[in-house]
Each structure stands twice: as structure tokens, then as C-alpha cells.
Design a binder for this molecule. Sequence first.
Ligand code: DC
Length: 435
Amino acid sequence: MSGKRIAIAIDGPSGAGKSTTAKIVARKLKILYVDTGALYRTVGLYVRDQGVDMHDAEAVRNLLPQIRISVKYENGAQATYLNGENPGEKIREPDISMYASAVSAIPQVRAFLLETQKEIARHNSVVMDGRDIGTVILPDADLKVFLSAPDEVRAGRRCEELRAKGIQTSVEEVLADMRKRDADDSSRDVAPLKPADDAVLLDNSGMSADETADEIIRLMFWRYKKKRKFNFSYRIIRALLRGPVYLFNNIHVRGREYEPTADQGPYILACNHIFWCDPLILDAVTRWQEAHYMAKKELLAIPVFGRFLRSLGVFPIDRSGKDVDAIKRAILMVNTGTALGIFPQGHRNPGVDPRKTVIHNGVALIASRTHAPILPVGMRTKDMVHKTFRRTEVIFGKPIPWEELLEHGGREKDYNRMTEYIFSRICDLVESKDE
Ligand code: DC
């Protein structure tokens, strides 16, 4: 999946927790959250402010040429602009919900907003929430979820949301509004609220927004895992390489019992770095379906060799500065089920005691964003100098769960201390006694 844009569609009635959940999913997967309801709300706001009857389809249609809607992302949050101005929280006022629902039943309004929504997904990896995302806007989404919960549960949530914003209302009032709106949204002729045929139906009553988001990420993970089964070229190259890599590097593996299995979810493999061939060695010894390694971008720029490495899932990182894109890509990979291989030393260190080398903290950063366990791996050979046919030992250590890392960092963002801990575990393996 490297480099491919991903699209997750979340549809469902109001109060199902779509936007809260989608925002968490977006944050965890490092992709864009698109709130499509905001677009309909913005049209609704304009209709209200012009004093036009929301049920007069012709009058609403006549207003459309006066409306320009654009979406911008400011500090990671969506801002929906109406004729160059950001109406902010005005689109969240309770009566705007009714306006939005009414105008959304007008085919010309839907057509008017269609391209804006598709355009965002063409250029970004997205999690989009709405009513017709899986059916109309993103029919080819990687994952479609139809989120719901009983009416009373949803009304209770919406009521709390409104109260938190200082809008006083009763559950009964919200419930009545919600039922009317759901009935209107489901019964309209064009793009009615309904699950896509291939949507996963998820009732999240009794689940927190975090739990719902984790469930969606898990579903995404399994989707990708299924798709990857068909990544034949990668698998063939990897299978063909295994024999020669084992032979020329005289590989011996220890600690196999610690290697995570596919049903335990993705992991981050962190290893010391001796020789340029280390990613190939790790790729040959690990049994995970698909593993990706970060390598300096100069290596991948070498004409034929670079392409060969890319075909093996190696992806570039620019070590001259903070390569935010590479880190984001790595986070997305781990969150969608890929094993990620990373060398905290950054450079090869032939002939050097790993404890005396410089380490970089990308590994802790990625762990803190994914909460994936870390598999420490020690690689050693005589004098830490690689030679063809010289015995190379690859030693897997006990995986480090995120909670353990957190204890050693003290705080969520103490990446330096976390990295030191991870690397000390790697060094322990390098120095461990032969069995
Ligand atoms: O998700 P929301 O409450 O902000 O949406 C407001 C209204 O907009 C909702 O009642 C129906 C409509 N809508 C729609 O028809 N299609 C979408 N994709 C999103 C919202």
C-alpha cells in the first residue's frame, strides 16, 4: 500500500458519533478528516440568512449561483468558507441542522457539493463522514462503515454535545428533532441515508469514541491484510532472495518465539545497523506478510538498485533534516498493518560497539503515534564487521509494548529516553551470551 491514498467512508444517522470517531481515526492514521455535513450546513446557513424558505426547492436552487464554498485545513482542522468568509460555529446552531437536512434533499444542492468532496479525496488520504459517502461520494473507499446506535443513545450524546457548547436543550427535544431529521434523510429520493452494500454495520452503543475509532482502525488493518495477500511480485522477490541472503550471510536466528504473529497486529522492528545489506537480512528472516524498511534517500536514488529496493518495500527518508513525510508514511503503514523496520542509528556502524554510537528518536515517535509494540533485534557478527559467509546472528528479543515504553519515557513525548531504552534492549541482545 505504500504511497497509495486511502479512503475511509463513515456514514450513519446524526448522533452516531461519526465526527468524533472520524477525527480520532484521522489523527491516529495521520490522514485528513472531512466533515461533509459542514458543507450542507453552510448552504443551510446561507439559505437561512437570506430569509429563504428551506422547503422551497426552487428558491434554494436560485440561490446556488451566489454561493461559493471552499474547504481549507487550518492547524489540522477543517474550516468551511462561505463566499470567502469562515462562518465558524454558526453552522452548528440547532436550527441549522434542520436547514442542512432540508437543503440536502434537493438534487441540485447535492450536485453542487459533489465535486468539492470528490476533489478532496482525489488529492488526500481521507476519512470522510456523512450520509452518502460509501454509496455516492467514495464508492471505491477502502473501508465503509455504517455507524449507528439506538435513537435514545444518540439523542443523549447529541444533547451532551450541545450542552458542552452552552446550548441548553432537553433530551426529548433533541430526540424529536433527530427522529424527524433521520426520517427525512432516509426517505429522500436522492442519495438517501442508507448503508452501502459492502459497508460494515457498527452499532457503537456502549462504546466510547476511542473504542469505536480503534475498531475502525482494526477493520482497516484486516482489509489491507487481505489485499496484501495478492501482492505477488513482492512475495516472489522476497521468496527468491531468502536463500541467497541466508547463504551469503551465513545467518543464524535466535529468539524466534518472540516474533509477533499476524493476528497480534503490526509491530515496529528496531535493529542495530552494521552493513548495508541489513534490511535484506531482516526481510529474509522475518515471516510477517509485508515488512517495510526505511533507508536513506541516496540509496534509493541509485538507478537499478534503488528500484530493486523499492520493490521490496524499502522507502526513503531524508536524513538531512526532519523528514515529516517519511515519518507520516511510516505511521500510516504501521496503523494499516505493515511491519516497519527501522534502524535507530540511522547509519551503518561497521566495527563499532553499538553502545558508543549516535541514535535517532524516530522509532519512539512512531511508537507513540501508533502504540504498536517494538520488536528489538540485535544483529552481530565477528568484530561487527560483515564478510561474505561470515556467521551473522540475528537475535529477536522480547517485544516492548507501548505501556512499557511509556514507563521508561515518563511522558508521552519523551522520545529521547524511550529511544535510549529501546536501544539498550537491542544492545543487550547484541551482547547476550551464546546459548
Ligand atoms: O452530519 P451533520 O449533522 O453535520 O449533517 C447535517 C445534515 O446534512 C444532515 O441532516 C443531512 C445532510 N448531509 C447529507 O445529506 N449528506 C452528507 N454527506 C452529509 C450531511
